[in-house]
Design a protein around this ligand. Sequence first.
Ligand SMILES: C[S@@+](CC[C@H](N)C(=O)[O-])C[C@H]1O[C@@H](n2cnc3c(N)ncnc32)[C@H](O)[C@@H]1O
Length: 254
Amino acid sequence: MTERTASNSSDLFDCEAVFCDDYLHFYGPHLSPEFNLQQADVVWRLLSISADCKVLDLGCGHGRIANELARRGARMSGLDSSPFFLNVAREAARREELTVDYVEGDMRELSWRHEFDAIYCWYTTYGYFSDTENIEVLRQCFNALKPGGRLLIEQANRNALLRRGLPFTEVTSRGDDMMIDEVDYDVFEDRTRTRRSMVRQGKVSRANFSIRLYSYAELAARMVRVGFSSAEGFGRGGQPFTTYDPRLILVARK
Ligand SMILES: C[S@@+](CC[C@H](N)C(=O)[O-])C[C@H]1O[C@@H](n2cnc3c(N)ncnc32)[C@H](O)[C@@H]1O
């Protein structure tokens, strides 16, 4: 377990080094069309999306879920801070003649007010910042939703991760290339701290990132604190949440 350190969002998550071409290189084979379809199904169902709903994918990455929901008829927007990922997302949408409003921005400062029927922050995209800023993200989502709108947040289930035991090392290989994650847990701040080393064509690069993991009760309480009327927990496939599930999905209603 790591020593207590001061939290400051700029050194918590090195976004530029993590969310770049290397991410697509190593995660690409895992993020198959079938996998994306399964995940889009869960989002669609848990948020009760129907054709014509206005939906925001918060931290949309390269658009693998937003494009699928647009294909089903939802009126999609996708916000991400990575121009590189947004270009990949736009190009994929263009190839299929899908309409998605892809916007570059920071989830801590959303300009929309009472705009969306549903917002989702999917695939470990929440918890990158300090506690105060993470709550601000919830508040921004609350403001961007219409009355009765729904917010979905998906994270690793802290309980299941701790039961697995930390620290651990995870290796992802693709041909001769390798990505090595050394994952530790900061018990004072309830954050993972990961040191990532990537080897591509013999060249080594590194990135550090940390994610604040909330328990079901903590995240639900924070959602209610910013104004949501209720929050309900689900596991990876959208079934009711249990402490053993590897993922935690919370759906809050405005
Ligand atoms: C783990 S990826 C997940 C992407 C996508 N949700 C998916 O399911 O594939 C996290 C995404 O969050 C984006 N991101 C990180 N910090 C952000 C911020 N402050 N505002 C908006 N997006 C951000 C990254 O650029 C990246 O695309």
